[in-house]
Design a protein around this ligand. Structure first.
Ligand code: G3H
Ligand code: 13P
Ligand code: ZN
Length: 332
C-alpha cells in the first residue's frame, strides 16, 4: 500500500471546490508516454495550473501501469525542479471498469479514480460506484462516477448514441453513491469524430463542419438539482483544424474530423464543470508534428528530432487550453 500523499500528489476535493468557486476548470490530460508527460508538466508548472494526469485502460495496456505510476511520481519532482514549489498534481484512473482495478490503483498511489459503470443499469451503477467510494474514501482518494452515456467508444464499451444524463436522477445518484464528482453526458463524445457530418452544418466560407451546440439546458438542470457539486466533462477535445490540415497534407487521412468548439468549453468551465478531459487534441498535435517533420526531412531517423517537436507542439497546446479555454492558470 502506497499513499499518494507520500509521493506529493493531491486528491481532487479542494481543487474542485476552488475551481467551482473561481469559475474555471481543471485540465485532465491523458498521458501514455514520456513526451506527453513532460509537455503536461512543463505547461502546468509554467502557468501554475493545477493538473490531473489521467491513466486510461489503453494507456495501461500500452505503457504498463507500474511505469506510468512511477512516471507520475517523477513528474512531481520534475515540477519542483521547474520551480513549482507546491505542485498540485492529481494521478487519476480514467474510466475504471471494475472494483478490483479501482482498488489496485488506490493501493498503488493514485489520488483519484473514476469508476465508469455508466453502461450498467442504474441500480448496478449505484452499487458498484458505492463500493468503490467506500474503499477509496478510507484512504482519502476521491472518486468520479458517470451517469448517462456518451456517444462513441468509451474505452471498450461501444455506444452508438448518447443518452444525456437525466437531471431527475442526479440527486439520488450522488447521495446514494457518495461520489465526489459526476461525469455527465450533454453531447460530448470521445475521439476525433464527435459528430457525423449529417449532425452538423457547414460554414459556407470555409466548408468546415459546424457541430451542434452542447445541451446546456441539461447542464443547467443538473446544476439546479446539485448546487455546487463538481461536474466533469469527458470527450472535450476541440479537434483543432490546423492539426487536421497538417496531418492530411502530410500523408494522413482524417476526413471530417470535428470536435467541441472552444467557446462552448469556455462557457462550461465557468459553471460547475470543474474537470475537462482532453486526450485526442494531444494525439493530433503529436501526429501532426511527427508527420510534418518526417515529410520535411525524409532523412531524419533520430526519434528525438521528431518526438521533440511533437513535445513542443503538445506543450503549446496544453498551455493554450490552460490559459485560453479552462482559465486554470495561476490557480496553483
Ligand atoms: O476516454 C478515452 C481516452 O481518450 C483514453 O483512450 O483508452 O485509447 O487510451 P484510450
Ligand atoms: P477526447 O477524446 O475528446 O480527448 O476525450 C478524452 C476523455 O474524455 C478521456 O477520458
Ligand atoms: Zn473519457
Amino acid at each position: 500500500m502506497v499513499s499518494y500523499k507520500e509521493i506529493g500528489l493531491v486528491n481532487t476535493r479542494e481543487m474542485f471546490a476552488k475551481a467551482i468557486k473561481g469559475g474555471y476548470a481543471i485540465p485532465a490530460f491523458n498521458f501514455n508516454n514520456m513526451e506527453q508527460l513532460q509537455a503536461i508538466i512543463k505547461a502546468s508548472a509554467e502557468t501554475k495550473s493545477p493538473v490531473i494526469l489521467q491513466v486510461s485502460k489503453g494507456a495501461r495496456n500500452y505503457a504498463n501501469q507500474t511505469l506510468l505510476r512511477y512516471m507520475a511520481q517523477g513528474a512531481v519532482e520534475y515540477a519542483k525542479e521547474l520551480g513549482w514549489e507546491n505542485p498540485q498534481i492529481v494521478l487519476h484512473l480514467d474510466h475504471g471498469d471494475s472494483f478490483e482495478l479501482c482498488k489496485s490503483c488506490v493501493d498503488f498511489g493514485f489520488s483519484s479514480v473514476m469508476i465508469d459503470a455508466s453502461s450498467l443499469p442504474y441500480e448496478e451503477n449505484i452499487a458498484l460506484t458505492r463500493r468503490v467510494v467506500e474503499y477509496a474514501h478510507q484512504f482519502d482518494v476521491t472518486v468520479e462516477a458517470e451517469l448517462g452515456v456518451l456517444a462513441g467508444v468509451e474505452d471498450e464499451v461501444a455506444s452508438e448514441e448518447s443518452h444525456y444524463t437525466k437531471p431527475e436522477e442526479v440527486i439520488d445518484f450522488a447521495t446514494r453513491t457518495g461520489c465526489d464528482s459526476l461525469a455527465i453526458s450533454i453531447g460530448t463524445s470521445h475521439g476525433a469524430y464527435k459528430f457525423k457530418p449529417e449532425q452538423c452544418t457547414r460554414d459556407p466560407k470555409t466548408g468546415r463542419l459546424v457541430p451542434p451546440p452542447l445541451a446546456f439546458d441539461v447542464l443547467d438542470a443538473i446544476m439546479e438539482k446539485l448546487p455546487g457539486f463538481p461536474i466533469v466533462l469527458h470527450g472535450s477535445s476541440s479537434v483543432p483544424q490546423e492539426y487536421v490540415d497538417i496531418i492530411n497534407a502530410n500523408g494522413g487521412k482524417l476526413p471530417d474530423a470535428v470536435g467541441i468548439p472552444e467557446e462552448q468549453l469556455r462557457k462550461a468551465a465557468k459553471s460547475a464543470v470543474c474537470k475537462i478531459n482532453i486526450d485526442s487534441d494531444s494525439r493530433l498535435a503529436f501526429t501532426a508534428a511527427v508527420r510534418k517533420v518526417l515529410a520535411d526531412k525524409p532523412a531524419e531517423f533520430d526519434p528525438r528530432k521528431y518526438c521533440g517537436v511533437a513535445r513542443d507542439w503538445m506543450e503549446e497546446l496544453y498551455r493554450h487550453k490552460i490559459i485560453n479555454v479552462l482559465g486554470s492558470d495561476g490557480k496553483a
